[in-house]
Ligand binder design. Structure first.
Ligand SMILES: C[S@@+](CC[C@H](N)C(=O)[O-])C[C@H]1O[C@@H](n2cnc3c(N)ncnc32)[C@H](O)[C@@H]1O
Length: 262
């Protein structure tokens, strides 16, 4: 039997001792990476494989949330041939959208076939480190995921979160310890990453991905909702209050409007 899990849009099915996770297939009848399809009450579900997807591995290891919901706009850095990004596409659904970035033309060529059917997915051939180039195509997003095996994984993630993630949005970072330093113990590297991320974000959850993905970990962070009020000069605050602008484009304004009331 397939039933909703405690996470929005993710379903579960008990098979013996093992609990399989599934997403509702946005493109019924189509597989992406040879995953099994299941049908219940006229709805098609795709099995989500924890050995092929770090988000799924983290969920199996007890991750409490990924912060993604239907209708979200997502930025996915390191999409490869589309295994996990296809599940992200299922999760945001028709009303959502996913920018899928990779720097390897070979993998992106394969993703093109998936995109033909999945109209909420846009492949972008680009280095995730080049936020200046990405900014030409990518808008502000509700959710950001990064899975790139680069030495400066954390720096690239911070740069992208600071540039593209909306205030209050969730960022998810998959870490491959051996890409950062082969000589250092993975647990020490995960600790270094935690300390670095804590300087800028709130860490919502963290899971190591063994036994599904050796020496990998996944962090879920939340970007601050608004800049501290102390950063807002009084003349600027008055100017924004007078303009009547409300919305996420100028976070301190929301705070001012809330404290003074409409
Ligand atoms: C482990 S694979 C990603 C797997 C994928 N996230 C999934 O779960 O299906 C890492 C990908 O990151 C890409 N990559 C590495 N460095 C990158 C960078 N600087 N910018 C964009 N993509 C990068 C690689 O080309 C590779 O396809």
């Amino acid at each position: 039997m397939i039933k909703p899990s405690r996470l929005q849009g993710i379903f579960e099915m008990q098979r013996g001792k093992f609990r399989n996770l599934l997403t509702r297939n946005l493109v019924p009848g189509r597989q992406v990476y040879g995953e099994r399809l299941f049908h219940i009450d006229g709805i098609e579900y795709r099995e989500w494989d924890p050995e092929s997807s770090k988000i799924c591995a983290a969920l199996h290891n007890g991750l409490s949330q990924i912060g993604l919901k239907p209708g979200d706009v997502a930025l996915y850095l390191g999409c490869s041939t589309g295994t996990t990004v296809s599940h992200v596409s299922d999760l945001v659904g028709e009303a959502g959208f996913v920018f899928a970035v990779d720097l390897a033309p070979r993998v992106l060529r394969e993703l093109i076939f998936i995109v033909e059917d999945r109209h909420n997915l846009a492949p972008i051939l680009c280095d995730a480190n080049r936020v200046d180039l990405l900014a030409k195509f990518v808008c502000q997003v509700d959710w950001l995921f990064q899975d790139i095996a680069q030495r400066d994984q954390v720096g690239i993630f911070q740069k992208n979160v600071n540039t593209f993630l909306k205030p209050g949005g969730f960022g998810v970072l998959a870490i491959k310890a051996r890409s950062i330093n082969v000589a250092r113990a993975p647990k020490q590297i995960f600790l270094d990453v935690r300390r670095e991320l804590e300087k800028s974000f709130t860490i919502v959850d963290y899971r190591e991905l063994d036994p599904f993905q050796k020496d990998h970990a996944l962090f879920v962070v939340k970007k601050a909702l608004m800049a501290p009020l102390i950063n807002v000069s009084e003349p600027k605050a008055q100017q924004f209050k007078a303009s009547g602008i409300r919305g996420p484009t100028y976070p301190p304004t929301i705070n001012l409007l809330r404290t003074t009331g409409p």
